[in-house]
Design a protein around this ligand. Structure first.
Ligand SMILES: Cc1cc2nc3c(=O)[nH]c(=O)nc-3n(C[C@H](O)[C@H](O)[C@H](O)COP(=O)(O)O)c2cc1C
Length: 356
């Protein structure tokens, strides 16, 4: 198996291994370490203020001259929010925090700000970003035309065949096929009820057969065997997230890293409790309590804003039961090493299998 292919040529990288963007975890240092090692680092800026995004992009550029991707959120904002159920949820969260000693701050309708990818486009152009990946939806046709005019390569996220076809039709250059094993938010955008729940083993070959653009496999990959399997199923690259959660460059705090270290294959679940969108993480008290409340969970990004202050205080207080412990079904494989070492070991375990 060759390590260079259509995907590596399009991305202008040496190896077809992408460090997955992980908002809240991935730092410019992590991105640069992977890009400098010959893979593709990905910098998440989903929902961030344009100036914050610019700072992160500039920081990353100061650490690497190699290509890296900038990752966006491409969802549409809810048109109508039921503020009555938001209030009920807020009241419940206030009592829950009081019970467990977590600092709570009230959120009001006026506090609700969310930056869309359209708000960030100018910064992407000004900073001459060459690769853009995105999740939660399709980019609008004007944005795609604008980015393609500047020769920006686009990677969209699909969790089922229908989404992959829609992404290809919209004009993306590559597709990240995200299996249900993956940590963090689901990229699903055609349906959230029911949510597509397809494992990588079945998703990758079906997506590969349905589109012409290169497919990147994401979800549950933690070693050379996983990469080899993904390539055998027709993927041209892999996107690895959870394996970097405990890296030296990860922004996760100790409580989060400990939970990941001790998680078993059965310890993660999908939940809407933290953000209003389905995401996979290690099950904790917060998830269990919100789900058992029977309350209607406001849509993303409203619930995400409601819980932001709770997550921030839990991070400071080291309370893992109130943190969103996003991680995949193989998250416990994540080593406490530098991102460079993790990348190099992943690559060499793949090479050994190739040569063996
Ligand atoms: C903590 C965490 C945060 C994530 N944040 C993002 C994000 O901001 N944008 C995105 O496209 N994907 C995000 N993902 C999903 C990854 O891109 C990728 O699909 C996933 O990590 C692959 O599965 P794995 O975690 O089993 O390696 C996140 C994943 C994790 C674990």
């Amino acid at each position: 198996m060759e390590l260079t292919n259509q995907l590596t040529q399009q991305l202008a990288v040496r190896y077809p291994i992408i460090q997955a963007p992980m908002l809240g975890i991935t730092t410019p240092e992590m991105v640069a370490a992977v890009s400098n090692a010959g893979g593709l680092g990905s910098l998440p800026i989903g929902g961030l203020a344009p100036e914050k995004a610019r700072q992160l992009i500039r920081k990353t550029k100061s650490l690497t001259g190699k290509p890296f991707a900038v990752n966006l959120f491409a969802h549409t904002l809810p048109t109508e929010v039921d503020w009555d159920s938001v209030e009920k949820m807020q009241h419940f969260l206030e009592e829950l925090c009081a019970k467990y000693g977590v600092t709570f701050s009230r959120f009001s309708e006026e506090d609700f700000t969310f930056y869309t990818y359209q708000d960030q486009l100018e910064v992407l152009q000004e900073e001459e970003v060459g690769i853009v990946s995105f999740t939660f939806g399709l980019l609008d046709s004007l944005s795609i035309a604008l980015l393609h005019k500047r020769d920006v390569k686009l990677i969209g996220t699909a969790t089922c065949v229908e989404e992959a076809i829609l992404l290809e039709e919209s004009g993306v250059d590559m597709i990240s096929a995200q299996g249900i094993e993956a940590g963090g938010h689901r990229g699903s955008f055609t349906s959230n009820h029911p949510l597509p729940m397809i494992g990588s083993m079945t998703l990758i070959p079906q997506v590969v057969q349905s589109v012409k653009v290169p497919v990147v496999a994401a979800g549950g990959i933690s070693d050379g065997m996983g990469i080899k399997a993904a390539f055998s199923l027709g993927a041209q690259g892999v996107q690895v997230g959870s394996l970097f959660l405990r890296s030296h460059e990860s922004a996760a705090n100790e409580a989060y890293k400990e939970s990941i270290l001790h998680s078993k294959d059965t310890d993660t679940a999908l939940t809407r409790s933290f953000s209003g969108r389905w995401a996979r993480g290690v099950v904790n008290q917060f998830m269990k309590s919100v789900e058992a409340s029977g309350l209607s969970i406001p849509p993303y990004p409203v619930q995400n804003s409601l819980t932001a202050a709770i997550r921030a205080s839990a991070k400071k207080q080291g309370k893992k039961d109130f943190l969103s412990l996003w991680g995949g079904q193989a998250a416990s494989k994540a080593p406490a090493k530098s991102s460079r070492e993790i990348f190099d070991e992943l690559l060499s375990s793949f090479r050994i299998l190739l040569n063996g």
